[in-house]
Design a protein around this ligand. Structure first.
Ligand SMILES: [Zn+2]
Ligand SMILES: [Zn+2]
Length: 347
């Protein structure tokens, strides 16, 4: 192994990942002066930073969640800025609208902090692009060999068949999904000819952001929408955040709606049982085990830091491949089935 003369371009600090040369943080979890934000999920984009830098498509969601008055600078994918001699650019992560990997270049060293990412293109945001680098920082939310996602067509065939079967019985189909990203991906992929689609109040404002940025989504309605004939509710697909499962909001869809949960965690049988839903659909906006492996290998990085999820398993696998790998302690969540509380509002 050759001696490393250059100081690390990114280090783990108590408040978050930090670039000493550029004097800024990436997705910090405590308030800092300058924060680069990979995407608008609440565990990555927190409140209280002095200055924010993010992809332009994250801007409407960040402003909505963190306030119109945040100091926010935006970039397009591939646009390069220089800060204290560090060249910075954002590249598609394929996770949710506006999600980005952060590429940093300084003194001939290239580092990429990938935030959250997934490989399969879902039609609601530009797909993940591998970026060549010396050092890659990766998540490992689903970094265990059991996690393998069905293909997108197979997934939607399953969801459409479930919805269709429920309409025959006159039962509404309630599908629980994370409000930012997951919900829009489901909307984009389902067959809207099966019946009307109703979205919870935490989901619909995000649908509007996606539509305004050119993502094609089918017509959706609020439960309170007067154009929605109560007689149609037995044919409806209802997209709601997981927290709605505990709310009285659900009662309007009849005494016995069919329900399902859409999450990568549904690969584990016990998770569906714990959630107490009829069905679990395995759909994640994170990479599965083969996806993580191929994404990391495609960067050509010799050194890899693993931030959150199944860290020891991933580190071990990377070391077996002859790479230098180690853990970075972070405070990101396992958001695939969490609610984005900050965007929730009255249904
Ligand atoms: Zn995320
Ligand atoms: Zn995350």
């Amino acid at each position: 192994m050759t001696a490393r003369s250059d100081p690390d371009l990114i280090v783990a600090r108590p408040e978050g990942l930090y670039c000493p040369a550029g004097d800024f943080h990436i997705d910090p979890w405590r308030p800092v002066a300058r924060a680069v934000i990979t995407h608008a999920h609440s565990d990555h984009a927190r409140w209280g930073h002095g200055h924010y830098l993010a992809h332009e498509h994250s801007a409407p969601i960040l402003r909505r969640r963190l306030g119109e008055d945040i100091r926010l600078q935006t970039l397009r994918y591939g646009e390069v800025i220089e800060h204290h001699g560090v060249r910075l650019s954002l590249h598609p992560a394929g996770h949710v609208l506006g999600s980005a990997q952060v590429r940093l270049e300084h003194a001939g060293e290239v580092w990429v902090a990938s935030g959250d990412y997934k490989l399969e293109s879902d039609g609601t945001c530009p797909p993940f692009e591998p970026v060549r680098c010396h050092t890659f920082i990766t998540e490992s939310t689903f970094g265990l060999p059991i996690y393998r996602w069905p293909s997108q067509p197979a997934l939607f065939e399953e969801i459409n068949a479930w919805w269709q079967a429920n309409t025959v019985q006159g039962r509404a189909s309630v599908l629980y999904a994370y409000a930012l990203g997951k919900a829009q991906r489901l909307l984009h992929g389902v067959d809207p000819t099966i019946g009307p689609i109703v979205c919870h109040g935490a989901v619909e404002p995000l649908n509007e952001v996606y539509r305004a940025l050119g993502v094609r989504l089918p017509t959706t309605r609020r439960a309170t929408d007067e154009s929605l004939d109560p007689g149609q509710l037995g044919r409806a697909l209802v997209i709601a955040p997981p927290s709605a499962a505990r709310s009285t909001w659900l009662r309007r869809f009849g005494p016995d709606p069919a329900d399902a949960f859409a999450s990568g965690w549904m690969q584990l049988r016990g998770t569906r049982r714990r959630r107490g839903v009829d069905r679990g659909f395995v759909v994640s906006d994170h990479a599965d085990w083969p996806g993580l492996q191929s994404a990391i290998m495609a960067t050509g990085a010799q050194r890899v830091f693993v931030t959150h999820g199944s860290v020891p398993t991933m580190v071990r696998w990377l070391c077996e491949q002859g790479l230098q790998a180690q853990a970075f302690a972070t405070e990101y969540g396992a958001e695939d089935d969490q609610d984005d509380q900050d965007v929730s509002e009255a249904p």
